[in-house]
Design a protein around this ligand. Structure first.
Ligand SMILES: Nc1ncnc2c1ncn2[C@@H]1O[C@H](COP(=O)(O)OP(=O)(O)O)[C@@H](O)[C@H]1O
Ligand SMILES: [Mg+2]
Length: 267
């Protein structure tokens, strides 16, 4: 009998081990042995620049892309051998969701609800709740074609929550949004987290990881180069007492590069 205080990794809603993916024709692998664990109810940010491999990792975890090597279990199921069951337990924001431009936000949500098997009445009730949570109750009757980028993303997020997935993946929720829209989305993600959903989101912004995530995993060129809480990571770049600005992802990158044990060129 063991008396571990840490939850066994196999019970975590997201567990990936040694994930490798090399797309044909590419000089180097997109993912090169990635390990990742997200415990129940946590929000994990997969942080990395353009081309780091974030979307590929999310696609593998949501069964849309097969890994070359490694294993991953999501919601307790193997993403390759039990893909159908995985799909039934996860939500993916912004990719499945095909909003109908001519329909109102409410109609879109009701349609998704009906497609997910809800009765007309439940779909209507659920749409109302989701509009409320997404901060879209006032504009619920407007056609989606009149929505701003931020409103669309919030509606995207809402559509993926029709049946409250246990595990939610959000690929770059706020890239390209203005600060106000970004904060609106952050609020939506926070209310999800408060409701206990396990979330893996990808982002290029340390600021966003800092605002939303319990845990951060930094990916560069397909490899995990650091992980920890946002505070852990900021300590890597030192902690001045009087800061005029937060350390940025660039600061962390530069620091990690400067302290890389080998292979880092000194030029
Ligand atoms: N379907 C694909 N076919 C070929 N190469 C791909 C494909 N998807 C991704 N890649 C390669 O993997 C790299 C990382 O892609 P991606 O996972 O989208 O990174 P990120 O989301 O972090 O920007 C890309 O720069 C590209 O070279
Ligand atoms: Mg991407």
């Amino acid at each position: 009998m063991t008396s571990q205080s840490v939850a066994s990794p196999t019970t975590a809603p997201i567990v990936a081990r040694g994930i490798r993916k090399h797309f044909p024709g590419n000089a180097r692998p997109t993912l090169d042995g990635v390990n990742l664990t997200v415990e129940a109810g946590r929000v994990c940010a997969l942080l990395g620049g353009n081309g780091a491999g974030k979307t590929t990792m999310v696609r593998i975890l949501t069964t849309l892309t097969l890994p070359d090597e490694g294993t991953a279990r999501v919601a307790g199921r193997d993403v390759v051998r039990e893909a159908t069951q995985v799909r039934a337990s996860v939500g993916l924001v912004g990719q499945y969701a095909a909003l109908d431009e001519l329909l109102s936000a409410r109609e879109n949500l009701e349609l998704f609800g009906r497609l997910s098997g809800l009765t007309r009445r439940s779909a209507r009730d659920r749409a109302g709740e989701l509009l409320e949570t997404a901060g879209l109750a006032d504009v619920g009757r407007r056609p989606v074609s009149a929505f701003s980028g931020g409103m669309r993303r919030r509606l995207d997020l809402a559509t993926s929550l029709i049946t409250t997935p246990g595990v939610l993946f959000i690929d770059e929720p706020t890239t390209g949004l203005d600060p106000e829209a970004r904060h609106g989305l952050w609020a939506s993600v926070r209310s999800l987290a408060a409701a206990g959903t396990t979330v893996l989101l990808t982002t290029q912004y340390l600021e966003e990881a800092d605002a939303l995530a319990d845990d951060v995993v930094i990916l560069r060129e397909g490899a995990v180069i650091a992980q920890g809480t946002p505070d852990d990571l900021k300590k890597l770049v030192g902690e001045p007492r009087l800061v005029l600005r937060q350390p940025t992802l660039e600061d962390v990158y530069l620091h990690l590069h400067a302290t890389a044990p080998e292979g880092a060129s000194a030029s």
